[in-house]
Design a protein around this ligand. Structure first.
Ligand code: 2AM
Ligand code: CA
Ligand code: CA
Ligand code: CA
Length: 281
């Protein structure tokens, strides 16, 4: 019988290989004219490459692991279930940062996470244009291009922090008002050093892991944005919570991801919560 460790090694090497193939397709299409359509609203884009890449990733994963379960952004958009069971489940975002991809902004990534008992065991995030491969394995660490990631000297308070936030696709005026209120409150109250938006939830979290950002918060990310990257943060020594500061919830559609706990505790009371619909409802 293969040991648990052998299994994990097989999972992670397979995921890296598939992410690499997916990344090569994204690289090939990046400078070409894209076939773009919209999903829920005019700001919610999808390209033929998103669909193609997800299809290829799932066909490879299903061949290798026929007994596992699968959740992917474009499959869910096509009506497939996003219900998460306790079974081993591969959760995939073929292109995280589709708007960036369409506009040739390099913050695009393939995200492949393996979740067992609703906890991430393996995470691979590959940003093919930036040539950054992030890999995390539960209890075995997080790595960027083979280098172990360890968050050192996290900020003592938000006024020493570089933080990130995403607007998402929703242009409803009430939602926009709540989001801008949060940004204004944080800027005024905490005097943060800067507020960034990369357009990729997964890469924001990977940047916490590699100490390029100190905190990222958002209402709206889906399980496929966070399935791989939450493990990257944790294995690098960072922390993930909901926007209420409670235990991280993969299906809960809110995130605070940070280098240290103290800045999470500092930001939570400042936040005005925004209603979101769970991924499993
Ligand atoms: P996507 O590119 O896979 O759709 C969280 O912010 C996630 O929402 C991002 O990782 C991104 O995932 C998506 N997103 C961000 N900005 C967006 C926008 N303007 N329109 C649509 N989706 C967006
Ligand atoms: Ca999308
Ligand atoms: Ca995404
Ligand atoms: Ca996507």
């Amino acid at each position: 019988l293969a040991s648990k460790q052998d299994c994990r090694l097989h999972y992670v090497l397979t995921a890296i290989n598939i992410a690499n193939n997916a990344g090569n397709i994204i690289k090939d299409c990046y400078h070409q004219v894209k076939t773009v359509s919209t999903k829920d609203c005019a700001t919610d884009l999808v390209t033929d490459t998103d669909k193609l890449v997800e299809k290829l990733i799932f066909s490879s994963l299903k061949t290798e692991f026929p007994s596992h379960k699968f959740i992917g952004e474009e499959s869910v958009s096509n009506g497939e279930s996003s219900e998460l069971s306790l079974e081993p489940t591969w959760i995939v975002d073929p292109i995280d940062g589709t708007t960036n991809f369409v506009h040739r902004n390099p913050y695009v990534a393939v995200s492949i996470g393996l979740v067992i008992n609703k906890k991430s065991e393996v995470g691979v995030v590959y940003a093919p244009i930036l040539n950054d491969l992030y890999v995390a394995v539960k209890n075995e660490g997080a790595y960027l291009n083979g280098q172990r990631l360890k968050i050192l000297n996290p900020p003592s308070c938000l006024s020493n922090a570089l933080i990130a936030f995403e607007w998402g696709a929703d242009r409803d005026s009430n939602v926009l008002a709540l989001k801008s209120r949060n940004l204004l409150d944080i800027m005024q109250k905490h005097q943060v050093r800067g507020m960034r938006s990369t357009g990729s939830a997964a890469l924001n979290m990977c940047m916490i892991a590699c100490s390029s950002l100190d905190l990222y918060f958002e209402w709206g990310p889906h399980c496929w944005d966070m399935a791989a990257s939450n493990l990257m943060v944790e294995e690098a020594g960072g922390f993930n919570t909901t926007t209420l500061g409670c235990d991280f919830d993969l299906m809960g559609r809110t995130i605070i991801s940070a280098a240290c706990k103290n800045i999470i505790e500092e930001i939570v009371p400042t936040l005005t919560q925004i209603p979101t619909r769970r991924d499993d409802e």
